[in-house]
Design a protein around this ligand. Structure first.
Ligand SMILES: [Zn+2]
Length: 206
């Protein structure tokens, strides 16, 4: 029934807040060669930044332009690396270098140059025609929204000592969350503290 419909447009109104952090968390940016454009689409769609309809459309566009799609994978990983550097720096040291921030800004500028403001329920939203660069544009836009609109003081890195490095926005009432999730790193840290305590008491017993 949908065969005559216009191509699905991406709009910022659909994007989940701060989804850029979830995308970073899904990707090991040291392994750029290992990824495919289909995975890029999965990351952004699963994080809530891209509708399934637009993702499906981009998947078929990528099949017709494999070289452009491969370039996009590389650029996306670069963007995510810059994003991790910025938010990790802000969360742990309260500062970030100019270069990774400028890299995100450049992608955002490219996104705005190709976007169009369209009337929506909440006023206006940025919208884009399907384009292989769209996942990257939307991630950059989400990151720029977070650094300009916050809540930046609530962006944190998981406190786990196991190299989890998961980034998250602490939405707890008293801003006291330390781990990506209690089920994973929170419990691991607790178990370790308990083990260390037992070990210490065993040493003390001797
Ligand atoms: Zn963690």
């Amino acid at each position: 029934m949908e065969s005559t419909a216009a191509p699905a447009r991406a709009t910022t109104g659909e994007g989940r807040e701060w989804f850029c952090l979830d995308v970073v968390n899904l990707v090991d940016t040291r392994e750029e060669a290992a990824y495919t454009y289909a995975q890029v689409l999965d990351w952004v769609r699963d994080a809530g930044g891209l509708s399934p309809a637009v993702a499906a459309e981009l998947a078929s566009a990528a099949a017709g332009a494999p070289e452009d799609a491969a370039d996009e994978v590389r650029r996306m990983v670069e963007l995510l690396r810059a994003e991790f550097t910025v938010f990790h720096g802000l969360a742990t040291a309260g500062r970030t270098d100019d270069a990774p921030l400028a890299a995100i800004q450049a992608v955002h500028a490219e996104a705005l140059a190709h976007g169009r403001l369209q009337h929506s329920e909440r006023g206006f939203d940025w919208t884009w025609e399907p384009d292989l660069r769209l996942p990257r544009w939307l991630v950059a836009r989400s990151a720029i929204e977070l650094v300009t609109g916050g809540p930046l003081g609530r962006v944190k890195v998981c406190a786990s000592e196991d190299g989890c490095n998961y980034l998250f926005v602490d939405t707890s009432k008293n801003n006291s969350r330390r781990w990506c999730s209690m089920a994973d790193c929170g419990n691991t840290a607790k178990a370790r503290r308990l083990t260390e305590k037992r070990r210490a008491s065993r040493v003390a017993d001797r």
